[in-house]
Design a protein around this ligand. Structure first.
Ligand code: AMP
Length: 279
């Protein structure tokens, strides 16, 4: 049975029993509005760990824009029903006051990897992510944490954080789950109009073609320019960035011997879409 827990005190009681029995804990942090991408993380956790916790918390600290926070889709009952089908043991759904009680003043800030791309476009975002992930790992006593490659830079930030702070958690990065046309599943996709939805798959096809061209010897700059042109041609409002970066540090990289990643963020229909692929 999937239990719903809303306070840290209740969570600790249950976890104490699991730890006493020697059971390891896999944790899947989410902001809810769950889809197949989230469920794939929960399934990966189930395959590795005797106990699995999914957290649902729309973290105000990682939203720069209050409108975006307000408009973020919420669907608790449906989320819990989906997690039950996967066999998740516990869903932790705290209120903001439970996570950030009066007097809370600590921020976890990861340098380097969190600075470019999303960090530049969304100031403070990764401080919010790093702080809440550190807290959630502490609250849940996670042995393993599951994150999607969909948010590639976030995954690198969490890896760095765990290494730098010696957190006793193994971070697992899971493949991006996509719709049939290649669009990476995202809770924000429901905000697209049907016209926008019909065009949204071009983000993936454009960066895929760009990555193929680079592997075939085309210049990085030319491949990126062509990808951006494809997005504009189909009606994307704004291309924030398309960049080829070192897959781990997220710094500019022209060294094809190192793993590299093409990462993109673009606006369609007033919705900000992000995606990334290996090059
Ligand atoms: P979110 O609820 O958007 O904060 O996402 C929670 C976790 O699910 C993060 O680790 C995301 O990277 C991951 N995730 C979101 N969408 C996908 C997807 N399409 N495929 C795989 N993982 C995903």
């Amino acid at each position: 049975m999937t239990q719903i827990i809303r306070t840290v005190a209740d969570l600790r009681l249950i976890i104490r029993g699991w730890k006493k029995a020697g059971e390891s804990i896999g944790v899947v942090p989410t902001m809810g509005a769950l889809h197949e991408g989230h469920l794939s993380l929960a399934r990966a956790a189930k395959a590795d760990c005797p106990r699995v916790i999914t957290t649902i918390f729309v973290n105000p600290m990682q939203f720069g824009n209050p409108e975006d926070l307000k408009k973020y889709p919420r669907s608790e009952a449906a989320d819990v029903a989906l997690l039950t089908t996967v066999g998740v043991d516990l869903v932790f759904i705290p209120q903001p006051e439970e996570v950030y009680p009066d007097g809370f003043v600590t921020t976890v800030s990861v340098g380097g990897v969190s600075e470019p791309l999303e960090g530049r476009m969304r100031p403070g975002h990764f401080d919010g992510v790093a702080t809440v992930v550190t807290k959630l790992f502490g609250m849940t006593e996670a042995d393993r944490g599951y994150f999607g490659q969909k948010d590639w830079q976030q995954l690198q930030v969490v890896q760095r954080l765990v290494r730098d702070l010696n957190l006793p958690v193994t971070v697992v990065g899971c493949e991006t789950i996509r719709e049939a046309d290649g669009l990476a599943m995202s809770s924000r996709n429901v905000r697209l109009t049907s016209d926008g939805r019909a065009k949204a798959g071009v983000l993936f096809s454009a960066i895929t073609a760009g990555a193929d061209d680079i592997r075939a010897g085309q210049s990085d700059r030319m491949a990126i320019r062509e990808a951006a042109e494809k997005l504009r041609a189909v009606g994307f409002d704004r291309v924030e960035y398309i960049e080829l970066r070192d897959a781990e540090t997220l710094m500019p990289s022209d060294d094809p011997r190192r793993p590299r990643r093409m990462l993109a963020a673009a606006w369609l229909d007033g919705v900000r879409l992000i995606d990334n692929i290996p090059v």
